[in-house]
Design a protein around this ligand. Structure first.
Ligand code: TXE
Length: 481
């Protein structure tokens, strides 16, 4: 059985506990590997290795750091198919999605930040004829990076690349549910020639390995992506140590379709935004609001398209909907379907475990794409992040009503607006409380733009120079003239 070990100081190391956790393929229910059950001692060793490597790495010229990061991107490209397969087997996601989104994005993350650091500028301020102020930006030291299971390699590299591009060393703690691509990445990083200690990866549970990182006194910075509740725990431990913290948390994103929308685009993209990756993307549009005059037509086409989604073996390239990440997570999602019924909602389609699955995946954690109507915005199903293949659909009567519905949750990560009326699009985009608003599209990502959430969807922004700002500290030098 494959054993996933920690990667510390350029070496694969067993956990101090000597214990391992099972790693399950959610499509089959089979244990496919075991991973290090690490704790504070392992995190200590990783932080010590990162601290030792920091001085030389921060002094490595930007062009050299850039060259090494590009080599990592090339190594990922060379191992593209293996990584796509590992990601699919570890998380249950369709391999087509891993090929189209997860692995290409990991490559882009390294290339993007490798080149971004060659274009950094810092300001200077003249204080009349009395002084020259100039700003320098310096890496902080050891960055703590905690990533989730829904886009494992994509989100891990979204943190590792800018952290080390900016001159920090890092200790990363990937999700214990999906350690395989992080393990492969560690080997590729070593092959690319990134010096030992610059990137360290510690596997294991959030409550032990994760918390050891958020409360470690020698880790001045934490970048976290995960659930909102966990984000609060990260903040509670990092806060008293005055760490710099960036939190990318949950979402309950509205998808607003006005009567003048181009339904030929709005319908298929809304099906994607509802069910891509089984709805396990923080940016999924889980609350659909449709303007009354087109409600019936839109819903008819939306349901028809949803029924055509192919649920099946994630390793089959034609599968659209794979398995949920774990049995426990499927149970949570099913709990919300039951709650929707109690709250007076109508399950229009889905809500059940699919039957007649091929032999190989009969014990997998599958759930049909589910569409729920008839719930008020205040209901729990309309308020809480479900993070599964479940979407609610609600008619609205006016633009003001759509905005009020959109803003009626404690989340504020992203939104989509569908209309041909540009003025309305700009007005609604300005009025929605969310870090990202897409107009007539979804999930179109330019890596330069600020990315993050409002309200309980997060703290801070990453992306482009926002990431490089986060992973460095500004220092002003004032020279008297
Ligand atoms: O994620 P966790 P969970 C949402 C989604 C999901 C819910 C719970 O609604 O149902 O969160 O998912 C590490 N200190 N999202 O519980 O726990 C953990 O090991 C430090 C949204 O699986 O937030 C993993 O590496 N770290 C989301 C990472 O945090 C801790 C993506 C995320 O796991 C920790 C995933 C602790 N106390 C879930 N506890 C998004 N925004 O994309 C856990 N971790």
């Amino acid at each position: 059985m494959k054993r996933v070990l920690n990667f510390i100081d350029g070496q694969f190391e067993p956990p101090c506990s000597g214990r391992y956790l099972p790693d399950v393929n959610p499509a089959t229910g089979q244990v496919i590997a075991e991973l290090a059950e690490s704790g504070a001692e392992d995190v200590d060793a990783a932080v010590a290795a990162a601290s030792r490597a920091f001085d030389a790495w921060r002094r490595t010229p930007a062009e050299e750091r850039s060259r090494l990061l590009i080599r990592v991107a090339e190594r990922i490209e060379e191992n593209f198919e293996e990584l796509a397969q590992l990601e699919s087997e570890d998380s249950g996601k369709p391999i087509a999605l891993a090929r189209r989104i997860d692995v290409p994005r990991a490559v882009r993350n390294f290339r993007f930040f490798a080149t971004a650091i060659l274009h950094v500028e810092t300001p200077a301020h003249m204080t009349d004829d009395r002084a020259l102020n100039y700003t320098i930006r310096q890496p902080l030291g050891v960055a703590g990076l905690i990533s989730p299971w829904n886009l494992p390699l994509y989100l891990l590299t979204w943190k590792v690349a800018p952290a080390i591009a900016a001159g920090n060393c890092c200790v990363a703690k990937p999700s214990e549910l999906t350690p395989l691509t992080a393990d492969r990445l560690a080997a590729l990083i070593a092959e690319a020639g990134i010096p030992p200690g610059v990137v360290n990866i510690v596997h294991g549970p959030g409550a032990s390995a994760g918390r050891a990182l958020t409360s470690h006194p020698k880790v001045p910075l934490i970048s976290f992506t995960g659930g909102t509740k966990t984000g609060a725990d990260v903040m509670a431990h990092a806060g008293p140590l005055f760490k710099k913290v960036s939190l990318e948390l949950g979402g309950k994103n509205p998808n607003i379709v006005f009567a003048d929308a181009d339904l030929d685009q709005a319908v298929p993209t809304s099906i994607q935004s509802s069910f891509a990756n089984q709805g396990e993307i923080c940016l999924c549009g889980s609350r659909l609001f449709v303007e009354k005059p087109i409600y019936d037509e839109f819903l008819g086409r939306f349901l028809e398209g949803t029924k055509k989604l192919r649920i099946g073996d994630p390793l089959d390239a034609s599968t659209d909907v794979g398995a949920l990440v774990s049995d426990a997570h499927r149970g949570k999602v099913e709990g919300y379907v039951a709650l929707a019924r109690e709250e007076g909602g109508e399950i229009l389609i889905g809500g059940k475990r699919p039957r007649n699955l091929p032999e190989r995946i009969q014990n997998g954690y599958f759930l049909e794409p589910t569409v729920i109507a008839g719930l008020d915005c205040g209901r729990r199903v309309m308020q809480e992040e479900i993070f599964g293949p479940v979407v609610t659909v609600t008619p609205f009567g006016s633009t003001e009503e759509a905005i009020a519905y959109a803003n009626s949750t404690r989340y504020g990560l992203s939104a989509s607006v569908w209309t041909r009326d540009l003025q309305k699009a700009h007005r609604v985009a300005a009025a929605i409380d969310s870090g990202t608003v897409w107009v007539n599209t979804w999930l179109l990502r330019d890596l330069r733009v600020p990315f993050g959430g409002m309200k309980e969807s997060g703290v801070g922004r990453e992306g482009g120079f926002d990431s490089l700002d986060f992973f460095t500290e500004a220092k002003n030098v004032c020279v008297k003239l």
